[in-house]
Ligand binder design. Structure first.
Ligand SMILES: Cc1cc2nc3c(=O)[nH]c(=O)nc-3n(C[C@H](O)[C@H](O)[C@H](O)COP(=O)(O)OP(=O)(O)OC[C@H]3O[C@@H](n4cnc5c(N)ncnc54)[C@H](O)[C@@H]3O)c2cc1C
Ligand SMILES: NC(=O)c1ccc[n+]([C@@H]2O[C@H](COP(=O)([O-])OP(=O)(O)OC[C@H]3O[C@@H](n4cnc5c(N)ncnc54)[C@H](OP(=O)(O)O)[C@@H]3O)[C@@H](O)[C@H]2O)c1
Ligand SMILES: Cc1cc2nc3c(=O)[nH]c(=O)nc-3n(C[C@H](O)[C@H](O)[C@H](O)COP(=O)(O)O)c2cc1C
Length: 767
């Protein structure tokens, strides 16, 4: 029998069976078909089906919820909180608004990702309901990925809604924007959306709120929300006195749970299956919902030994993971909390004993539309505090105020109330000294804060469900990938400067100034030390240069004594094997890319760790150059355009990143690559001030302007958004204005805007 006959027999038997079961097989006729059909709607173009509960129809969901809940709550109202969020902050604020709607007015809300809904039905939202938009801004005033389609739809000048009209007189909305004043387009998305909705006839409830992530997000939110709720109450005709303080979650200890179903820090269900079966590598594709535990191939210190700072170069092996990346992408690194903070929190909650810390809890949401369980369970308390909750962040004023009700002593209650009720006192005593929540609770009762684990803290009787509601989920930190996949297809390189900073004096630390350590960068430093087994600059007392001493101690000595220590073994100890350490990572795509043709000139500006993606860019060109030479011989780069890198650091022999690599790249690129370095603490301008990258650009402005205006050069800026980006952009405007025979303010600004609009000026900046 040939293969043709065999195929025929299989088809004859299988087709009737498939037809018979067509409605229950998702891949032909069942549920998936509906889902796929609704997913293929373009925003606004197709009227959604309302027959079977269209998952993309939020109006229907609101209606159903009102019918279900109206008899017991809601005062006939319903809210949907949409969040435009990239890294979770806007989602957190949307949740907080939803919780407050419930506790103040008894109104149940949907907290929703705009990506999951159709918006052509905005004209069907009943007037008694309110949509909340909690929107972050990114890039150059861009929306987040999950709100891009919605913004495109609503901003369309010829927008049309489901009933054929183009107005939204029925719609009531509340808007809170998240942004950062160090960026040029501050809170652009919230502002744009607000004026567009108003233009379409919708009615805003209260003022537009704007939070500044650089300084005062929490305070901006707190200052805005009470006025907004007042307007909400009067506009919507609802009375305060709702459900009061209701829990979001129910927590049950489930100690008899099968061991292989208990989370010990695994970041996804697939990770648990792999981990419980003795492997550490979850199957499937890897992304932010299922990070890949990547083996560390190699790591090294990039700063000179003996200094007071660290910068770690670390390479992650992605062999066999199916993960890929391109130059300019970001990698998310998932840190855990340090031992000391885990112990502190367990101790404050009375969970530090062996029997408690390994107890297993299962958590369920009491209102899944309002509050998703933020991490996988059942899990041990220890895993929750080590891997899932961000207990290392500065305690928020609202959380402090809320927890006063659980204070074990009058003094502690008074202190929390004082810190929680005054913005100024909070800034002075909590935010300035950067106190974590565990530290705040210890300090309030007068416990030793600065001691070492194991702590013997006064126990706070805080129900565990409140901790789950109040403490944010521990998330990844993003790094600009510093390699090119053309040279390193199976590894991802990261260049991370280790964060430690001094705070203002804290009463909790006997008014002594102290160091605070960044969570993820010190985790990476711990991994580096453990996997390489070599000393780092901070460990070497004898070489300390004594610069910037603190309370009589050199920074090196302080760092050595206080540097947080982390358990690197990961869930079930699978992250260490034969001295190879693993770190969960995932790749985030970016649009920060080189032009395809090497004949287009490139100008890169990246002082400090801002140089990270540019190492990847140069490697990308080196890979291309090797290929070109192989194909076309030694003169292959003859007509390549110049590549300029403006880099800055403090001193040549202290923090010059990848100093030994750049000359090699220049050689391979036949001199097309030029690096210009500003050593800010070695070079001086005639007036005695420091030399920065923008000064080097100024010196070469005539040549650079020609490359930009005549040769259509691409410009890239990476690194510090707070001050460097602004100074460099000012310099570019001066240069362009001058080259156009006019001023920075008029011609310079105009050319600068053109470059941005045409995506020839791109930024990858952070603050
Ligand atoms: C797109 C993007 C790319 C990035 N690329 C890189 C990169 O290539 N290399 C790199 O090293 N970093 C990079 N970062 C920064 C990185 O994501 C982390 O923010 C950084 O490593 C610090 O993380 P951490 O967990 O150690 O610090 P955290 O524990 O998260 O602490 C950071 C917080 O500390 C506070 N803080 C910081 N300094 C001070 C201070 N002096 N005084 C008071 N408070 C302070 C701020 O609130 C800050 O948000 C990038 C960020 C983004 C958004
Ligand atoms: N969110 C975070 O936690 C985080 C993490 C990493 C970095 N950052 C930000 O990124 C920045 C870069 O950090 P880094 O450690 O990589 O670099 P860095 O070593 O602090 O600075 C690199 C070089 O840039 C110079 N510089 C300072 N201000 C400048 C300006 N306005 N214009 C141009 N050059 C300037 C510095 O000079 P001098 O020092 O001599 O003035 C130094 O020579 C930091 O300042 C910080 O704001 C933030
Ligand atoms: C890479 C990057 C770019 C940003 N660009 C802007 C911007 O152009 N304008 C602005 O107001 N805020 C900007 N921000 C600040 C964010 O909007 C702010 O941090 C916000 O809290 C992020 O919310 P999310 O965690 O929900 O994504 C930027 C932040 C980052 C990390």
């Amino acid at each position: 029998m040939g293969s043709y006959d065999l195929t025929l027999i299989i088809l004859t038997l299988a087709l009737p069976l498939l037809w018979w079961f067509r409605d229950s097989l998702p891949f032909i006729g069942g549920k998936l078909r509906e889902a796929v059909a609704s997913k293929t709607h373009s925003n606004g173009s197709v009227k959604p089906s309302v027959d079977h509960g269209d998952p993309r129809d939020f109006v229907q969901k609101m209606d159903r919820a009102i019918v279900e809940f109206d008899s017991i709550c809601c005062q006939g109202k319903r809210c949907v909180m949409f969040y435009g969020s990239q890294t979770g902050t806007a989602e957190e604020y949307a949740l907080r608004l939803a919780k407050e709607a419930k506790s103040r007015f008894g109104i149940s809300s949907l907290v929703s990702d705009p990506e999951e809904y159709e918006f052509n039905i905005l004209d069907q939202v009943p007037e008694s309901n309110v949509l909340f938009f909690v929107m972050a801004t990114y890039g150059e005033g861009e929306p987040t990925d999950n709100s891009a389609a919605f913004m495109e739809f609503i901003m369309d000048p010829s927008v049309e809604f489901s009933k054929g009209g183009s107005t939204l007189e029925n719609l009531h909305y509340v808007i809170f924007g998240l942004g950062n004043r160090t960026y040029a387009y501050y809170n652009e998305i919230a502002r744009k959306l607000d004026s567009r909705l108003t233009e379409l006839g919708a009615k805003r409830v209260g003022e537009r709120g704007e939070g500044d992530d650089d300084k005062s997000m929490e305070e901006d939110y707190l200052a805005w929300k009470d006025g907004m709720w007042e307007s909400f109450s009067s506009t919507m005709g609802v009375e305060e006195g709702g459900a009061g303080d209701v829990p979001d979650f129910s927590v049950t200890e489930v100690n008899a749970h099968p061991a292989d179903k208990v989370y010990h820090g695994e970041l996804s269900p697939r990770a648990l299956i792999a981990s419980a079966s003795g492997s550490n590598t979850p199957i499937g594709s890897y992304d932010s919902k299922n990070p890949f535990p990547a083996p560390v191939l190699t790591s090294k210190e990039l700063f000179a030994v003996g200094g007071d700072r660290n910068c770690v170069h670390i390479e992650f092996d992605i062999t066999g993971s199916g993960m890929s990346y391109q130059h300019g992408d970001h990698v998310g690194v998932w840190p855990s909390n340090p031992d000391k903070e885990v112990d502190r929190f367990l101790s404050v909650l009375g969970l530090a004993g062996e029997d408690h810390r390994h107890a297993i809890v299962s958590i369920e949401s009491l209102d899944p539309a309002l509050a998703k369980v933020p991490f996988p369970t059942p899990a041990t308390y220890e895993a929750i505090f080590r891997h899932y909750l961000d207990i290392s962040a500065i305690a928020s004023r609202q959380t402090i105020a809320f927890l006063a009700r659980y204070a074990p002593t009058d003094q502690a209650r008074d202190r929390l109330t004082r810190w929680g009720s005054s913005k100024e006192i909070y800034a002075d005593e909590i935010d300035g000294p950067a106190l974590k929540l565990g530290e705040v609770l210890q300090a309030a009762v007068g416990d030793e804060v600065d001691g070492e684990a194991p702590f013997n803290s006064t126990v706070w009787p805080i129900p565990f469900d409140r901790i789950v509601s109040l403490v944010p989920r521990l998330g990844p930190r993003y790094y600009s990938i510093s390699s090119s996949s053309k040279l390193y297809p199976s590894s991802i390189h990261v260049t991370a400067v280790v964060l430690k900073y001094q705070t203002t004096p804290s009463f909790a630390h006997k008014r002594m100034p102290r160091w605070v350590f960044g969570l993820s960068t010190n985790f990476i430093l711990n991994v580096r030390i453990a996997s390489s087994g070599t000393n780092t600059p901070v460990e070497d007392h004898s070489l300390s240069n004594g610069v910037g001493t603190l309370g009589g101690e050199s920074p090196s000595a302080v760092s050595l004594a206080k540097m947080p220590k982390y358990k690197l073994g990961g869930p079930r100890g699978h992250y260490i094997k034969e001295n190879v350490y693993k770190v969960p990572i995932h790749v985030r795509r970016s649009t920060f890319r080189l032009p395809t043709s090497p004949k287009v000139p490139v100008i890169m500006i990246g002082p400090g760790t801002g140089v990270a993606p540019f190492r990847g860019f140069i490697q990308e060109r080196v890979a291309l150059a090797r290929k070109a030479k192989e194909k076309n011989g030694p003169d292959a780069l003859k007509d390549w355009a110049p590549i300029h890198l403006f880099y800055g650091c403090r001193r040549e022999h202290e923090d010059y990143l990848y100093a030994e690599e750049w000359p090699q790249y220049a050689e391979e690129l036949d001199g097309k690559f030029n690096i210009h370095v500003a050593f800010s603490r070695e070079m001086k301008k005639p007036d005695g001030s420091k030399v920065y990258v923008q000064d080097l650009i100024h010196d070469l402005r005539a040549d650079l302007a020609k490359l930009i205006l005549d040769k259509r050069a691409y410009i890239y800026i990476c690194g510090d958004a707070k001050s460097m980006q602004k100074s460099v952009e000012e310099e570019l405007k001066i240069m362009l204005g001058e080259a156009k025979g006019g001023s920075a303010q008029v011609e310079g600004v105009k050319e600068f805007k053109l470059l941005k609009d045409r995506n020839r000026l791109m930024t990858d900046v952070w603050s």
